[in-house]
Design a protein around this ligand. Structure first.
Ligand code: BES
Ligand code: ZN
Length: 885
């Protein structure tokens, strides 16, 4: 094996799932100096010649054979230093190629043959809409040639691409294009030379017939980078925003961290159905949905995502490519850090309002994962399939852990720490320990208890107690971890501010000194005393959600109303609103279980009405105010509850929306119909974003009333609103209104946009999220819609991803059809060798928290998957983990 942490035959006896373990990592026995790859490219049959220059690592066993990884390859030939190998010298195993009897220093030359059109795995070399393209992370180059396909093997690459000039006029790879020639038989050839050493997972290649737009980015130092965006010719007119987005990200990274782009040519390529977005060195690859943007076809949320993903992949150039991961257990080293960087980048652009979006994503996807059977540390200890490491925990909690270091150190020392980390480890493959070491040096503290965040799975809960004391207030904060009661305490930063009952900010000091705005919980129980506070002062704790913990409820309604109206931190206001609404919904759901009818007569509707007045007076704060008016998602409603009351929560949530919709109707309609300022329809216009988001939330409340007037309003907006955001938000509301205009709006929408793949995907998403009665039949029927193509990753995400992950109602169809459909999809992905199973399961992984009948139906679906012959190790491991818990 190329990597001793990947034992082929280490079957653990109980489950027969083979596991790779973090402790098993060992350095490779050889060093790879140079890689030459020559591709004779064709969709049907591609021949790859790889020359690897190697020498034995000093200290490695003299007799150690060379072990390379490979899968689904046809080996044509293998030569050592220009000679054929004897039979005893080389052995080809299931996923390995082993060479014995090697000199100290040698060159290995391999020829392999591939069939890119038949590769449906989304990894290696494959075809998208006629374009040949690669995706090598985490392990893809071993689907192209036998290779040491592990991130700690870095090398310089020189790549020769040869292809038919008419079918593949554009030939791209990493680095600088150093040669270009026409060949006699209608073919052409280019050579790309990458001066930077890199791991195999950031190798990239694109061959196709693509259009391009170009520009440059000039840094304050005078350095200039040539930028390009490539796309199929029909889409190139929507690529200008992306070109400008990459420049914005480059300049922000220079201004914030002092990091310049190090390559001469930086290209983005957008292809239909590309699996996500990928940071290949100087050649970032995207699905169309990650690039195409203008007001005609793009919603505000998509523009934000595009701005963020483009920045994310660019930011990896330092945090990922220049300093990379020693092994995949360290994935959060690059993904958590880069996710944090993309979040703060967008937050800067939106004046702080984006934090609520980030927290909502964390609550929806990561908190349930951390509380359930798929919990794992942000630096996991083992995996069955490397693909299953790309989780909300590694990304989102990983980013929260970085954010806590930012909070504990302060921005200046944090930035110095990042720069120190990058300078010290430039060109290396390291572990998360090296990152925290750099933070510890920059912060002048050891961070010993903080480091436990990397090894401890599960979400701590913090209990808060308040006591009046000596003219002030004592706070006792206690941390517990239900899943590991013996776990050592973590360092938990708590941002604090205080208000009096009229909403005036107070500035108490800590009796023992220290920063009154930042408490550090460092032990199982931490007690701090604030001097000079009235006994009824209201604390605003964990501002900005300063730690990814469960905060036990500790405020009453009056105190929450103070924070809702007066807190200065947007998250604190939002959290107060969510708390008020969550309590009301849970109470009604519980009462309904006992036979009472739903009533929100006691709900403080006036406090929410005032938010609408505030939005009228202060247009700049609409982005935050919209979030304050948004009724909590189901994952918030069931957060920390042993039982997920799907039906009760849905009914009570709908009733609360309708109550607000009825009571506030004139104000809501005014907000929906506000035309805004001229020009605010531009993408990333902060005023326009706020106005339209407020309109969408208000329309959602009105839609819960669902009368004829609201249906007509939605229908009219789907057809005639000026921006895609408004058209799409109206469609998303209308799919849940039982009205003849629903189908007419869906038909009109798709008729108009059927030639725009990213809009078609949205149309599937809007329907996949529908939750009204009968929605499941309509959603399932979309599988055979002529515009649906399950092979297309973007459409798969739009329909299946949205339904299985985010439809918290229709997925739980009483007849279990949602679960059976998920089982079918998991089996289909597994047969195709496609990753993504873990990503589709955040709901079914919680099966033990549902009603007994639903538990039984989910268990049946999971058991059907587990019992299928020929299932991959990864999918079996995942499903068994859910069943075994
Ligand atoms: N390095 C990943 C791409 C990746 C994802 C490779 C999964 C292998 C498996 C890339 O940087 C990434 O994280 N992409 C995300 C978008 C990002 C903004 C979170 C994606 O592809 O969705
Ligand atoms: Zn990433």
């Amino acid at each position: 094996m190329a990597d001793p942490s990947h034992p082929d035959g280490d079957a653990s006896p109980d489950t027969a799932v083979r596991l790779h373990r973090r402790e098993a990592w060992q350095p490779w026995d050889h060093e790879l100096e140079r890689v030459e790859l020559a591709f004779e490219l064709d969709a049907e049959c591609t021949v790859v010649t790889a020359s690897l220059q190697l020498h034995r690592r000093s200290g490695a066993d003299q007799a150690a054979p060379l072990v390379l990884s490979g899968r689904e390859l046809t080996l044509l030939s293998v030569m050592l230093d220009g000679r054929e190998l004897s039979d005893g010298q080389v052995a080809v195993g299931d996923r390995t190629l082993t060479v014995h009897g090697l000199p100290e220093r040698f060159e290995l030359c391999l020829r392999t043959r591939l069939e890119p059109v038949r590769n449906l795995s989304g990894r290696g070399l494959f075809v998208l809409g006629g374009t040949l393209v690669t995706q090598m992370e985490p392990e893809g180059l071993s689907r192209v040639t036998y290779f040491p396909d592990r991130p700690d093997v870095l090398a310089r690459y020189r790549v020769t691409l040869t292809a038919d000039a008419a079918r593949y006029p554009v030939l791209l790879s990493n680095g600088d294009c150093t040669e270009r020639r026409e060949l006699p038989d209608g073919r052409h050839q280019v050579v790309w030379d990458d001066p930077f050493r890199k791991p195999s997972y950031v190798f990239g290649l694109v061959a196709g017939d693509l259009a391009a737009i170009r520009d440059t980015c000039r840094f304050p130092s005078g350095r200039e980078v040539r930028l390009a965006v490539y796309a199929p010719v029909g889409h190139i007119r929507h690529c200008r925003f992306a070109l400008e987005a990459v420049r914005r990200a480059m300049l922000w990274d220079e201004a914030t961290y002092g990091l310049e782009c190090d390559v001469n040519d930086y290209s983005l390529v957008a292809l239909p159905g590309f699996p996500g977005a990928m940071e290949n060195k100087g050649l970032n690859l995207y699905d169309l949905a990650g690039v195409l943007a203008d007001t005609e076809i793009t919603t505000d949320d998509e523009a934000l995502t595009i701005e963020r993903i483009i920045a994310h992949e660019y930011f990896h150039n330092w945090t990922g490519n220049r300093v990379t991961c020693r092994d995949w257990f360290q994935l959060s080293l690059k993904e958590g850090l880069t996710r944090f960087r993309d979040q703060t980048y967008i937050d800067d652009r939106l004046g702080g309002a984006y934090r609520i979006d980030t927290v909502r994503a964390l609550l929806r996807n990561q908190f349930p994962e951390d509380d359930g059977p798929n919990r794992h540390p942000i630096r996991p200890e083992r995996y069955a399939d490397v693909e299953e490491l790309y989780t909300a925990t590694v990304y989102e909690k990983g980013a929260e852990v970085i954010r806590m270091m930012h909070t504990l150190l302060g921005p200046a020392r944090f930035t110095a720490g990042v720069r120190d980390y990058l300078a010290r480890h430039d060109g290396q493959a390291v572990t998360t320990d090296e990152f925290v070491d750099a933070m510890a040096r920059a912060g002048g503290r050891d961070l010993a208890a903080f480091r436990r965040w990397y090894v401890q799975a599960g979400r701590p809960r913090v209990h808060v107690e308040r006591q009046a004391q000596d003219g002030g207030i004592a706070l006792t904060l206690t941390q517990t971890l239900a899943v590991a009661p013996d776990a050592l305490p973590l360092t938990i930063p708590v941002r604090v501010s205080w208000f009096d009952r009229s909403g005036q900010a107070l500035s108490p000091q800590l009796a023992d000194g220290g920063d009154p705005a930042l408490i550090e919980i460092a032990a199982a129980a931490t007690r701090v005393v604030y001097a000079d506070l009235p006994p009824d002062a209201v604390p605003s704790l964990f501002e900005g959600l300063s730690a990814p913990v469960g905060i036990e409820p500790h405020l009453d309604s009056d105190e929450r109303l103070v924070l809702l109206a007066h807190a200065t931190d947007p998250w604190a206001r939002w959290n107060a609103a969510q708390g008020l609404m969550t309590d009301a919904i849970r109470a009604q759901a519980a009462a309904a279980r006992d036979g009472a009818s739903l009533s929100f007569a006691d709900f403080p509707i006036q406090a929410f009405a005032r938010l609408l007045d505030e939005a009228q007076e202060a247009p700049d704060s609409r982005l935050v105010l919209a979030e304050l008016l948004r009724v909590p998602d189901e994952p918030v409603l069931s957060d920390g509850q042993p039982f997920i009351d799907v039906d009760g929560h849905h009914a009570a949530r709908t009733a609360l929306r309708a109550s607000l919709g009825q009571a506030l109707r004139p104000q809501l309609l005014r907000a929906v119909q506000d035309l805004g300022e001229p020009g605010d329809g531009e993408l990333m216009h902060v005023g326009g974003l706020g106005r339209r988001r407020l309109a969408a939330v208000c329309l959602d409340l009105l839609a819960a009333v669902g009368d004829d007037e609201v249906a007509r309003l939605c229908h009219e907006r789907v057809l005639a609103a000026p921006t895609m955001t408004e058209r799409f938000d109206a469609l998303a509301c209308l799919v849940d209104i039982e009205h003849p205009l629903r189908q007419s709006a869906l038909d009109a929408f798709i008729d108009r946009w059927r030639d725009h793949p990213t809009v078609v995907a949205k149309w599937f998403t809007a329907q996949a999220l529908a939750r009204s009665p009968g929605a499941i039949e309509r959603i399932m029927a979309l599988q055979i819609h002529p515009l649906f193509d399950p092979q297309n990753m973007a459409l798969g995400l739009a329909l299946l991803g949205s339904f299985f992950r985010q439809n918290r109602v229709a997925f739980h169809d009483a007849q279990g059809r949602g679960y059976e459909w998920l089982a079918d999809v998991l089996l289909m992905l597994d047969r195709l060798g496609r990753p993504g199973a873990v990503w589709l399961t955040p709901q079914i992984s919680q099966w033990r928290r549902h009603l007994p009948e639903r538990q039984a139906a989910m268990r049946r679906a999971l058991e059907r998957v587990a019992g299928t012959a020929g299932l991959s190790n990864g999918t079996r491991g995942l499903v068994m983990r859910f069943l075994d818990e």
